[in-house]
Ligand binder design. Sequence first.
Ligand code: ZN
Length: 252
Amino acid sequence: MPPRTRLDGIVIRQQPIAEADVIVSLVSPHEGRVDVLARGARKSTKRFAGGIALFSELSAVIEQGRGHLPTLVESSLGAAFLQMTPQYGQLALASYVAELAACASQPSHADPGLYAWLRASLALCETVNEQQLRTPRLAIEVGFLQALGVCPDLQTCGECGQDTGAGGTWQDADAGLVCTRCLRAGSETLSPALVRALVLWTLSPAEPPVDALAASAALHVAEKRVASLLGHVAPPTLRSAVALRDLQRFQV
Ligand SMILES: [Zn+2]
């Protein structure tokens, strides 16, 4: 019998193939990105009683057969995010999270940090109001940069090395923050509350600072810098980003 292994992971993509089969893409904390073939999954929902729904956390048994992909033998459900009649905006944001995870995850590459971000971000998507996607999106993006290790240190001034607790300016995306003592006249300042919220989020990725961000001024400055950093690690044309942009067009 071909070897079987157990695998925990979150479903980030489902791709129907042939008549009845589905390729399920999982992100696992210890195995990275794993694509498995779920035979017959489209024919009968009973085939995998635990479910293989998008955005759900599975404990799966897979079999390394002769084919190119391992086969899903059985699955049991852990947390299921966005399964109970989610709003369109919540789904759009969760799709964005899944697409970012797909860009960043690699086969056979353990990344518990990315997994923790993915899990916390999907949990966040469940709670957001679809009329206010701006701050959760920013929190998700900052957390993503942090998980990839490409978020600049927001806690320390890039020029004098002192704490940025009193706020600062973020002129150059890669260089990080410059504190209020060092900043030049005319630059747009991020409020202390905004800096604190971003720093806290990068320190404890399980608690997105959505409320603190929502109360902050100069959010657009942080958004621009974060977008520029994201440009280094994700393609500019994610499908879900287009859907989000349309949704956010009329939101403040
Ligand atoms: Zn300084």
